[in-house]
Design a protein around this ligand. Structure first.
Ligand code: LLP
Length: 419
């Protein structure tokens, strides 16, 4: 139960008819269910009951301040990948000592920002980065808490663009070099070695890759012990998948069980960085049908949302279920659901059986809460769409639709062009 459900023929989000929201806010719009977000976070966190752990919600999946605030209120930490995410996290009230920072390309200004903020740890992804963090910490008279992000070379069995724990991926440091890294780090004056980290990929639908990664990390933990290098945290990253179509990923409780069972004998605080599993099925993209068009070989349903609003279908050929906001008795049709962008790759669905919609009808593109709005863009000078949070029988616009002024904010025409 995701709190998106039909009452009669009408799709509701919690106690609000989606039609009503679309009429008031306009389309396209992203819609989030507060109850679902909350429930998903609590289920995930409680799955690790009895284990010393910190769940750090992965901001990149959805960085809207209202969502961040909700997770901060629920006791979450935050996983960030940029200075911008740190800024948002602090604005939403996350305590700095619950923030972890991963990413292969941390800039000096971002490192300084995180050092001055006093985050829990940097997940370091290269030896060069380690040297820069040490140098910046020295200049700022700080000690930088670091974990090394290990690339355990396991196949997460997911889309190549979102696999991150294979040797050929740019992420982390291979297990051999990692030990060297730890030796170097433990001698650096301004570095405090506090943890070990990995993140092997996203939308992972079985427990095995996580178990394999843990085994690899455990071997390293044993080696570190032998070297007298003491750490406090074991960060397992994120990656647990969700059901978009017919996938059956492990329930958070099964995922937790697999991790806890593999953890026997490891005396470290566990950190987890879930993103998609918390927010993915808590959000939908609501779009209106602009036109229907029958080409000789295909039927097209042209919607007011396009690839700039939801990039996943175009980028990964990702499947998002599409449901009518008001059900009709008409027989379904097979069509491509496409957006207004000037590219053939601009589609939400290809050869999909969908309701026989008419101009003006509303469609809900499901499972769009994760990597939906955060990956959207202004391509073709289309305005970023609003985000709306429903809580019980009320709804709140948590991000306004952009205006044409917003679109050109910050741009200037140099004076020589005006003369
Ligand atoms: N931790 C790190 C270091 C990450 O890089 C990621 C995601 C996460 C945690 C959260 O992973 P999750 O629990 O959401 O799987 N845009 C792609 C997904 C890219 C994931 C990037 N990293 C998509 O739309 O499928």
């Amino acid at each position: 139960m995701h709190h998106f459900h039909y009452r009669g023929n009408e799709l509701y989000c919690e106690d609000v008819p989606i039609q009503k929201i679309a009429a008031e806010v306009g389309t396209p719009l992203y819609l989030y269910s507060h109850a679902t977000l909350k429930r998903h976070f609590l289920i995930f966190n409680e799955a690790f009951e009895g284990i010393d752990r910190l769940v750090c919600y992965s901001a990149k999946a959805n960085t809207n301040l209202a969502l961040l605030k909700l997770f901060a209120n629920l006791g979450s930490g935050l996983d960030i990948v940029s200075g911008g995410e740190l800024y948002r996290g602090l604005k939403a009230g996350f305590s700095p000592d619950r923030i972890v920072y991963s990413g292969v390309g941390k800039r000096v200004d971002e490192i300084d920002y995180a050092l001055n903020t006093g985050i829990l740890m940097f997940n370091v992804e290269s030896l060069e980065e380690l040297a820069v963090i040490n140098q910046r910490a020295g200049l700022l008279a700080k000690k930088a808490p670091v974990a090394i992000r290990v690339n355990p070379d396991v196949d997460p069995g997911t889309h190549p663009y979102i696999s991150t724990g294979l040797e050929k991926n740019k992420f982390g440091i291979d297990t051999k070099t990692a030990i060297e890294g730890y030796k170097v780090a433990s001698r650096l004056e301004n570095i405090d070695v506090v943890g070990i980290d990995c993140h092997i990929g996203s939308q992972i639908t079985e427990a095995k890759p996580f178990e394999d990664a843990l085994k690899s990390l455990e071997r390293l933990i044993t080696e570190l012990k032998a070297l007298g290098i003491k750490i406090k945290y074991l960060d397992m990253g994120g990656g647990l998948g969700i059901t978009y179509d017919a996938e059956s990923p492990p329930h958070p409780r099964e995922y937790a069980r697999a991790i806890i069972d593999s953890l026997q004998g490891v005396d470290l605080q566990l950190i987890l960085e879930p993103g998609r599993v918390i927010v993915g099925n808590a959000g939908t993209l609501i779009t209106r049908v602009l036109y229907r068009k029958a080409a000789p070989v295909k039927e097209f349903v042209i919607t007011d949302a396009g690839m700039n609003d939801l990039m996943r279908p175009s980028l990964y050929k990702a499947f998002h279920a599409i449901q009518p906001v008001v059900k009709t008795a008409h027989a379904p049709i097979k069509a491509d659901v496409v957006g207004p962008i000037c590219e053939s790759g601009d589609f939400l669905a290809v050869d999909r059986e969908i309701p026989d919609v008419k101009q003006g009808d509303l469609l809900a593109v499901m499972s769009a809460g994760a990597y939906g709005f955060t990956m959207s863009s202004n391509y073709c000078s289309r305005l970023r769409v609003p985000e709306v949070m429903v809580a019980d029988e009320r709804f709140y616009v948590v991000r306004a639709r952009q205006t044409y002024e917003d679109l050109v904010a910050g741009e200037t025409i140099p004076s020589f062009l005006n003369s």
